[in-house]
Ligand binder design. Structure first.
Ligand code: F6R
Length: 266
C-alpha cells in the first residue's frame, strides 16, 4: 500500500511516484515516524518542520492513526510550521494554528510549548524580530531533522513566492514577512470565502532555514501541480521557481508525488 509504483533519482533528489495521494500520504507518515524514532534514539528529541494546506492532510491523518494504534509518540518532538497569514488570529478558522490543531496537535501527545507557529498577531513593528527569533528557536533546538513541504502552483515553498533575485541571495532568505503572490491568494480564496478576503501578507520560514533541514520531504498531488513539479526538478535553479532552489540540497530531498503531479517529468 505504501510502496511507490515507480521511483528514480532526478537532479540529486529521490522521486517516488505513488498510485494516489492517500498512498503517498501514508508513506510520508511512515518516513516521518521513522525520522522521529531515529532522532529520539540518537539525540533524545526530534525536530520537525511542518506544512499546512490540502496536500499534507492524508499525512496528518496517518500520523494520528499511528499515534492511536502503533505506539508513535510526539512526547519528545518539537515542531516548527512553515508559515502563517498576517494578520491572523490563532483561533480563526483559516489560521494555520487552528489547521494544525484540527489535523494534528489536538490529537497527539505533542507539548503545547513545543508546537511553534509564526504568530499572526505579533505587532507589526515587532514582526521582523519575531521572524528572526523563529530562526533562532530552530537553531537552538538543534535544527530540523525533517522538513515537510508542499508546493504551490506557482512553485512557492512555504510562502517564499517567485521573485527575481540572484540565486545566492534567494538561498539566504531568512524567515520574514512577505507579500502573497496573486496565484496564492486566488488559490486560498476558497478557504476565505473569496479572494478579496485573503490576507495580502504572511510570515514565512525562509529558504535558508528550509534548506538547512537534515532531510526534506516534498509532496505534490494532482494535475495542477505538474508544472510546478517539473520546473522544480528540471530547468534553471532560480528564485522565480522557489521549488527549484531545493536542488541546492542534493541528497537530502525526497519528492513523494502522484502520477498526475509527475506528468511533466517525462
Ligand atoms: C503551507 C505552505 C504552502 C503549501 C502550498 C500548497 O504551509 O507552506 O507552500 O504547501 O501552497 O498548498 P496545497 O497543499 O493546499 O495545494
Amino acid at each position: 500500500m505504501t510502496h511507490p509504483t515507480r521511483s528514480f533519482d532526478h537532479a540529486g533528489a529521490s522521486v517516488l511516484v505513488f498510485g494516489d495521494a492517500h498512498a503517498a500520504g501514508v508513506a510520508a507518515a511512515v518516513a516521518i515516524a521513522s525520522a522521529i524514532r531515529s532522532a529520539v534514539a540518537a539525540r533524545g528529541k526530534a525536530v520537525l518542520g511542518l506544512a499546512t494546506g490540502a496536500t499534507p492532510e492524508p499525512v496528518y491523518a496517518a500520523l494520528v492513526e499511528m499515534y492511536r494504534s502503533a505506539g508513535l509518540s510526539f512526547a519528545e518532538v518539537s515542531t516548527y510550521n512553515l508559515d502563517e497569514y498576517y494578520p491572523m488570529g490563532p483561533l480563526d478558522l483559516q489560521s494555520y494554528r487552528s489547521y494544525m490543531h484540527r489535523h494534528l496537535f489536538g490529537h497527539v501527545d505533542l507539548a503545547a510549548n513545543r508546537a511553534h507557529i509564526l504568530d499572526g498577531t505579533v505587532p507589526e513593528a515587532f514582526a521582523a524580530r519575531h521572524a528572526a527569533d523563529f530562526d533562532r528557536w530552530i537553531w537552538a533546538d538543534g535544527g530540523l531533522d525533517l522538513q515537510l513541504l508542499g508546493v504551490g502552483r506557482n512553485g512557492h515553498i512555504g510562502f517564499n513566492e517567485p521573485v527575481d533575485l540572484p540565486t545566492g541571495e534567494a538561498l539566504s532568505l531568512p524567515t520574514r514577512m512577505v507579500d502573497l503572490h496573486p496565484t496564492t491568494r486566488a488559490d486560498a480564496g476558497k478557504d476565505f470565502g473569496g479572494e478579496d478576503l485573503v490576507p495580502r501578507r504572511a510570515l514565512t520560514m525562509g529558504i535558508a532555514p528550509i534548506l538547512a533541514a537534515r532531510s526534506i520531504l516534498v509532496l505534490a498531488f494532482g494535475p495542477s501541480k505538474a508544472d510546478a513539479v517539473a520546473r522544480s526538478l528540471s530547468g534553471p535553479v532560480t528564485s522565480t521557481v522557489p521549488g527549484s532552489l531545493l536542488r541546492s540540497a542534493p541528497g537530502r530531498v525526497t519528492w513523494m508525488i502522484d502520477e498526475a503531479a509527475a506528468a511533466g517529468l517525462g
